[in-house]
Design a protein around this ligand. Structure first.
Ligand code: GAL
Length: 669
């Protein structure tokens, strides 16, 4: 498989030369060389220029771009250019425009205005993909195919008639007949029984909440429909450009959950993702670290590619924070610490016109006499010093289960609390371990848990017998397994796992594993705080429950006040050579810290190194050695107990000092 040169952590960027007069291009390539770029992603939004009229192709300008990049030693991640169809296409095929929940057409004029189910779109996109592949498959600059762009970013879910028909076909394949569909959707409720699939609609806006299983299936259908679009283009590339890898940029940021990427990874050769820091979050860098760990999980632990991030501010948040000095290096190297071997940016040269002219780029409007360019050159030097970490893997003894479907089901309406959102407790747990210097692998619900000393299961509302069985096996085999509230409640059809007729409580398997039987949920109001005692002493929010604790189960914290005063908030049950823990509320950060300190102590999981607070630590390892990444997020220098050669300064250290806001990478030994 082709790739770009790999003696350094590769740097690259989306390059949109069509936004500039041709005489700027040579200057671009010279500057890319100066910045140390190895690759450029070209053509993502070029469809309207490459095919200005149906079946009329104008590749000459792209030929010149690819030649120029190749002559400059810059490899190309070549887009199939199908992300956004040209106006002539939408004008000729209005039936391909997406439709929203309320039945309103999403008109063209921005980007990605195409319906995920449209066969007319697939035909046009694969036609262009074939032309691109035939023309460029043997171009020496071509290193990777970039299929479409951020599938589902703007056009999913779509509720048009084409999607309705596609959904019915998907349901036919999934359920066979309406009897099975009626059972799965629980249509005995609210007089929803179907007698013909033709009667089924997408969950368009209705008078009251739509059937939750219908909503869940529509999420599955939408993810599958977009996956089919990816696969259609990939099949064309396999035929006309064999031997060249393919990728599509996922979005593992917390704000994007439309697609079940665990089902997408086998369709690409390289897992790549985009990440933008969300300024309004309480701890934006903690979210960055989470997204990086999630991407590594999708890549099965192998190095992955960060396709896009930003040199400084974006332009699509209400207030767009510029990166402060040092932040670009910290953000970029956190991705590398957590498994990225390649760092891409949106975009190379800041746009002069259009929606993204205020979005930062590697080459800003202020040119090379600017803070951004200075930071970019600094990043280039750092990535060149890190060549030896390429191919190594991140070391982690803790797994956190992440399941997109569980998230979809949890976010459905009509639940005990709309404020219990998927990911909240996952982030709490991840953030606490990150503060403690412990690395977490974020893995899919069916990943092997073998070898993990701690397994964290945050709000896995929807799950199956297989996953619950694997958790019991992991605990018996010695792991500390923590389940948090609202886990194991429903099956794949969003039906209660418990048999209410037998009065089993809310989740029989969770009760058996943890020794804690939930009797009733008692969520807290938005600003309501309660007090906990014991190991979690301090405040808690969001959720409590009345639980029945078996005799063989220890209670390590209780609620002191609030609706469930006196109820168990944290329990632990020994099983085999491990233990199963149950957390029935959402403690404050200090409570999570105490909980995870105790679990890690029981599991003999230690931090990457002993260090001052505020420094983020990750270890990568290969058969060539091990490297500790230390990212100092504080404004004072910190100490880390590691020794070896620090690669960014090329000095030997015996006990590391990392300056305020700086990053260090130490090859140990
Ligand atoms: C991504 C997209 C890029 C650019 C970027 C801005 O969603 O792929 O084309 O728009 O965001 O942050």
């Amino acid at each position: 498989m082709r790739s770009w040169p790999s003696t350094a952590v590769a740097l690259g960027a989306d390059y949109n030369p069509e936004q500039w007069p041709e005489d700027v291009w040579a200057q671009d390539v010279a500057r890319m060389q100066e910045a140390g770029l190895s690759f450029a992603t070209v053509g993502v939004f070029s469809w309207s220029l490459l095919e200005p009229a149906p079946g009329v192709y104008t590749f000459d300008w792209l030929d010149r771009v690819l030649d120029l990049l190749h002559d400059g030693g810059i490899a190309v991640d070549l887009a199939t250019a199908t992300a956004s169809p040209p106006p002539w296409f939408s004008h000729a095929h209005p039936e391909t425009l997406p439709v929203d929940h309320d039945g309103r057409t999403r008109w063209p004029g921005s980007r990605q205005s195409w319906c995920p189910s449209s066969p007319v779109f697939t035909a046009a996109a694969t036609r262009l993909t074939e032309q691109m592949a035939r023309r460029y498959h043997d171009h020496p600059a071509l290193a990777l195919w970039h299929v479409s762009n951020e599938y589902g970013c703007h056009n999913a879910p779509c509720y048009c008639d084409t999607c309705a028909a596609g959904f019915r076909a998907w349901l036919g394949k999934t359920y066979g007949d309406t009897d099975a569909l009626n059972d799965a959707w629980g249509t005995a409720f609210w007089s929803q029984r179907y007698t013909d699939l033709a009667q089924v609609q997408p969950p368009r806006r209705s008078t009251a909440d739509s059937n939750p299983t219908q909503v869940l299936d529509y999420r599955r259908y939408t993810s599958d429909a977009l996956l089919a679009q990816l696969q259609a283009e990939v099949s064309v590339l396999r035929v006309h450009s064999p031997g060249v890898g393919v990728t599509t940029n996922f979005m593992t940021m917390d704000s994007f959950r439309h697609l079940d990427y665990t089902r997408w990874t086998s369709s690409v050769d390289v897992v790549s993702t985009d990440h933008y820091v969300i300024g309004a979050l309480a701890d934006p860098q903690a979210e960055l670290s989470f997204a990086a760990d999630l991407t590594r999980g999708l890549a099965g632990g192998t190095p992955w590619l960060l396709m896009e991030h930003s040199s400084s501010a974006v332009n699509w948040q209400p207030v767009n924070r510029a990166k402060t000095p040092g932040q670009l290096l910290r953000h970029s190297l956190t991705h590398v610490a957590r498994g990225a071997d390649t760092l891409g940016f949106f975009q190379w040269r800041q746009s002069r016109a259009g929606s993204e002219k205020f979005h930062s780029a590697l080459l800003p409007h202020a040119g090379t006499r600017s803070k951004i360019w200075h930071d970019v050159l600094e990043l280039g030097r750092a990535t060149r010093a890190l060549g030896e970490v390429l191919g190594s893997r991140v070391e982690a003894e803790v797994a956190l289960l992440w399941d997109y479907e569980a998230g979809w089901a949890l976010q459905a309406p009509s639940h005990p609390s709309a404020e219990v959102t998927y990911g909240e407790v996952a982030h709490d747990l991840h953030a606490a371990l990150r503060r403690a210097g412990v690395t977490v692998d974020i893995v899919g619900p069916h990943a092997s848990l073998e070898g993990y000393r701690v397994v964290l299961v945050p709000t896995l509302y929807l799950t199956d017998t297989e996953t619950l069985g694997a958790l019991a096996t992991a605990a018996d085999a010695g792991a500390q397994v923590l389940l948090t509230y609202f886990t194991g409640v429903v099956d794949a059809s969003d039906h209660l796992r418990a048999d209410p007729v037998t009065g089993d409580g809310w989740s029989p398997e969770v009760a058996t594993l943890t020794g804690t039987r939930t009797l009733e949920h008692a969520p807290l109001l938005t600003d309501e705080q309660i007090t906990l005692d014991g190991l979690l002493a301090g405040a808690a929010t969001r959720w409590t429950e009345w639980v029945d604790v078996s005799e063989s189960t220890e209670v390590l914290a209780r609620t002191v006040d609030g609706p469930t005063a006196g109820a168990a908030a944290l329990t632990r049950r020994s099983t085999g050579s491990g233990a199963a823990w149950y957390l029935a509320t959402r403690p404050a950060a200090a409570g999570f810290d105490a909980l995870l300190a105790r679990i890690c102590a029981d599991a003999a999981v230690r931090p990457v190194a002993v260090a001052s607070p505020g420094v983020e630590l990750v270890r990568r390892r290969s058969d060539r050695g091990s490297w500790v990444f230390a990212v100092n997020h504080t404004d004072a220098s910190v100490q880390v107990a590691v020794s070896g050669r620090e690669l960014l300064t090329d000095t030997v250290v015996d006990g590391l000092t990392v300056g305020a806001g700086a990053v260090a990478v130490v090859r140990e030994g």
